[in-house]
Design a protein around this ligand. Sequence first.
Ligand SMILES: Cc1cc2nc3c(=O)[nH]c(=O)nc-3n(C[C@H](O)[C@H](O)[C@H](O)COP(=O)(O)OP(=O)(O)OC[C@H]3O[C@@H](n4cnc5c(N)ncnc54)[C@H](O)[C@@H]3O)c2cc1C
Length: 441
Amino acid sequence: MPRRHLIIGGGTAGMNAIRTIREEETERSTITLVSAEKPYSRMVLPYYLDRSIAESHVFTATARVLADWGVTTHLGKRATALDTKANACTLDDGTTVEYDDCLIATGSSAVRASVPGADGPGVHSFWTLDQARGVLAQIQPGSHVVMVGAGFIAFTILNSILSLGAKLTIVEVAPRILPRMIDDTGAGLVQTWLEKNGVAVRTGAKLTRIDEVKGRRRLKMAAGGDLVADVVIMATGIRTNLAWLNGSEVKINQGVVVDDHLRSSVANVYAAGDVAEGRDLISQTNAVHAIEPTAQEHGRIVGANMAGKDVRYRGSLIINIVEVCHLDVASFGAWDDAKAETMSGVKADRPAYRKLLWRGDRLTGAIILGPSTDIWTTNDVGMLKGLVQSGVSLGAWKAHLKKNPFDIKPAFIATKTTSSLLPETILGRPSKAPGESPVAV
Ligand SMILES: Cc1cc2nc3c(=O)[nH]c(=O)nc-3n(C[C@H](O)[C@H](O)[C@H](O)COP(=O)(O)OP(=O)(O)OC[C@H]3O[C@@H](n4cnc5c(N)ncnc54)[C@H](O)[C@@H]3O)c2cc1C
């Protein structure tokens, strides 16, 4: 069994792998963590931005905890090369770390629209803790914030920006908001809701440059008039952190291509999280899923396999859930599958929307939105996710849902979806309570 494990990247995937190695191993191994940043969760940064949590609560493991777990750390250091023949990783300070097996979990980085002025003062990304600090330092009550890009990440920080007392304008080059999360009907409903809540939205709006004018930012738009902002946030996409692997033997496509044990093309090199191109649960083809649940599950599977277990991964489900101004918006699985049979229902006045996508009598994707205060929104979010994830055969309930797309619960209960999901665990064994685990969880 490999004795020296190297984990590259201390985000969600890397930390879950470390924890699982310690839980699953039968003999104590050596674990080394190399990470450009201290371990923290990016997903909680919106709560740091609206000051509902302190900065210390963002971190997932302190130096003391890592020492207790017996992890040797190189924090604030970057891996710059991987020599898979010599089983050695080189860091940016010239250090070389040798390993028996290693995990690539270097995540992704924010990418800005390539327009003049995009790197100027007052223009921010929001992906790392440092970037979150920068945004927090600049937004004052009454500031005008322009967010460039109306994707999922932009929507995770929308409430926080409003709660700081800022005025918000969102500009999106695509014809609709949330273009990679919901369809035209859903996007139209969300846009109207945001406008009612005081957020200005411009779609089909192309930014061409950003200039500094008397300490403020002027955003030059291709059409429809320019915008003047105090703070600009570029939420214009992310790119996997893979450049450092150039020249290595590891096969890369959109991400590091991995098999059903999350092994790369090099047998003792694994990949997990945003950087991995692994199995999609619904299509059973390979895809990069840059979301937290995939990073957690990948990390758990890799940790178990590094510890000598033989755990197969059945694939990850696309899950997008966001709440804006008390409107829940979610999509699951193959929500944009053009070949699927679809049925939908809209209640524009609430607003509420359900779209169900089918292959035969199984749900393969869904879109749902509705007010967070409606108990049915919350319930249906969970039940639709369960139906897509379990892939249960809905039989005659398909016809019922066609007539009543808002009446999800009877179909969910009658098909015993809960009992098919309950025994499912990532590692194929019951979860351990905190006291039963060798590391704090
Ligand atoms: C504001 C925000 C809100 C989000 N909200 C949600 C949400 O609600 N739901 C959801 O599912 N997802 C959400 N996400 C996405 C989620 O955070 C990511 O999918 C998740 O962090 C991926 O985990 P990871 O371990 O793959 O990568 P990361 O968490 O990005 O960790 C990668 C680590 O690798 C380090 N690293 C990078 N390059 C190197 C190198 N060369 N050498 C050494 N170390 C390196 C980095 O410093 C970092 O520590 C959100 C993200 C952000 C930014």
